[in-house]
Design a protein around this ligand. Sequence first.
Ligand code: 13P
Length: 248
Amino acid sequence: MTPGIRPLIAGNWKMHGTLAEASRLAEGVKGGATGADLLVCPPFLHIPGVVSALRGSSVAVGGQDCHAAAKGAHTGDVSAAMLCDAGATHVILGHSERRADHGETDADVRAKAESALAAGLTPIVCVGETEDQRLAGEAEHVVEAQLAGSLPDGFAEAGGVVAYEPVWAIGTGRTPTEDDIAAIHGAMRRALVGRFGKPAEATRLLYGGSVKPGNAVAILALPHVDGALVGGASLVAADFLAIAQAAG
Ligand code: 13P
């Protein structure tokens, strides 16, 4: 944690669940009262249903991607303004699965983040090294380069969030050592403060990649880890809430 930063526990539901399952999951996390802010990011189609299931609760809703353009001939895409209109307040951008499945580059992610900020959404920009890059000792350098390329000007001032998700830790049950997570998060803080100045001292830096109830306390206690971006465990309400409890 970073003193003074309220943690954010975000669930990335990826491409899972029917609308009925998504609504049930939303009902299940609704009562989660903790010292952390909670966010769930369902598939696009389920956003209105989840927003409605969460009405009256403090759990926020986000998208998992948006297009960089405000509108236009982009078959199959969704704009940041459409996410806002559906009741979302956040959007995950540059997830490694988007970078891998859809060839998204740092420049694409930066353009999407600009669009999200213009629409009034809080972007959560994901960065993280592959296993080969870690083994080659390049993790810190890769993450710094992704940050430099993916974050638009004004990002920290606008309250943008960064998520460090090592690609090899996603869905594998493996995590970096606590020292390795702390080292990357420290490097990210230095890079952000170097570029954005004082506002970046308050930027939330999330860790993602096989966060579970069993490792959340240790991970969330690390310096400059201000929350978690949770995949698999966010699909089970009790596990997601247990992780949220670990945040305070
Ligand atoms: P897992 O928690 O399933 O490893 O997924 C992490 C992730 O990709 C969150 O965005």
